[in-house]
Design a protein around this ligand. Structure first.
Ligand SMILES: *Cc1c(COP(=O)(O)O)cnc(C)c1O
Ligand code: SF4
Length: 326
């Protein structure tokens, strides 16, 4: 078992353990225990080590700590706001936008982000074994208009290298594919995943690889994360970042500016800053459109254009992410 798999197996999985490791106020534990029943706690220990002990408002901790508000209902926040059930030609394959299709490779993640729009996703329906992707690959072979496949989830980098290798080799046998893309939070929350085995997997790829990581706050870019990103870049991968604009976590121009600068120094360009998907149980992370627009304007006024992420929202039925005005 690779070291990264041992780290993943040893991740924090209960509120009690999170409270112990970070020395949090015990009076707040019962609320966390209640909300952890809706979506379990999962935090790699290396990621927890970047958080300030004793501080429930720490911006890294806020991303993973269950709060009582998750059990509250709020108008407009629903279990499936993206209506993704409707654009799946084959189970596990989402084809919403021209030229690219998204393959749900696994339901597993290395971290459970409380704001995630997938907290209600019926992953049990896609947990499979063997070459479960045969039907999806067959569909892609017969879809000459699709030139890029996104491996998503869950998080595809929770899969062993051997599975990624067979899957990508099968995808690369489709002549009209021109790019492969991986969406993963592991380089940020479990940077030991970017090991020799994974770099060897990258070196065998026929198609150009894009890796979209997911960091929300500059303090996530620890020296280990920067090293992992530099290795990926040296392996020829195009590195992009997507973030979610989150109340109490990164909702300030100062934080967003510093995030862009730190990403650039790690070889990563900002790609998308997502407006929060209106998923049931996440309303407490929302900022108003006007406040968000003001933050975007303040950020753009201080950065070169290539360090300003596109501020986007996902809207059912739209031909791509909708770029929001500011
Ligand atoms: C977000 C998304 C994509 C990727 O969109 P890009 O704008 O290319 O990053 C592709 N398919 C689905 C279903 C998506 O949700
Ligand atoms: S890693 Fe990504 S898919 Fe997994 S819980 Fe976090 S945001 Fe959601």
């Amino acid at each position: 078992m690779g070291d990264w798999r041992r780290s993943l197996a040893a991740a924090i999985r209960t509120p009690e353990e999170l409270w112990r490791v970070l020395d949090l106020p015990w009076a707040d534990l019962p609320a966390a225990q209640a909300s952890a029943k809706l979506f379990p706690v999962l935090v790699p220990r290396g990621f927890a080590a970047l958080m300030r002990p004793g501080d429930l408002s720490d911006p890294l901790l806020r991303q993973v700590v269950p709060l009582i508000q998750e059990g509250e209902e709020s108008p407009g926040f629903t279990p499936d706001p993206l209506a993704e059930g409707d654009c799946s030609p084959v189970p596990g394959l989402l084809h919403k936008y021209a030229g690219r299709a998204l393959l749900v490779t696994t339901g597993a993640c290395a971290v459970h982000c409380r704001y995630c729009f997938r907290r209600h996703f019926p992953y049990e329906a896609v947990s499979r074994s063997g070459r479960w992707w045969t039907e999806a690959v067959g569909h892609l072979e017969n879809s000459p208009g699709i030139e890029e496949v996104l491996l998503s989830g869950g998080d595809p980098l929770t899969l062993p290298d051997g599975v990624l290798e067979s899957l990508c080799a099968d995808l690369e046998s489709i002549p009209h594919l021109r790019r492969l893309r991986i969406h993963s939070r592991l380089p940020i929350v479990l940077p030991e995943r970017i090991d020799g085995g994974f770099l060897a997997f990258l070196s065998r790829r026929r198609l150009p690889m894009v890796l979209v990581v997911h960091a929300n706050h500059p303090r996530e870019l620890s020296p280990e994360v920067v090293t992992a990103c530099c290795r990926l870049k040296a392996a020829g991968v195009t590195l992009l970042n997507q973030s979610v604009l989150l109340r109490g976590i990164n909702d300030s121009a100062d934080v967003l500016v510093e995030l862009s600068k730190a990403l650039f120094e790690a070889g990563v360009l900002p790609y998308y800053l997502h407006a929060l998907d209106r998923v049931q149980g996440v309303h407490h992370f929302q900022r108003s459109s006007s406040e968000s627009a003001a933050m975007m304007a303040a950020m753009a006024a201080r950065l070169p254009g290539y360090l300003v992420p596109k501020w986007v929202r996902e809207e059912p039925g739209a031909p791509g992410k909708t770029v929001l005005p500011w």
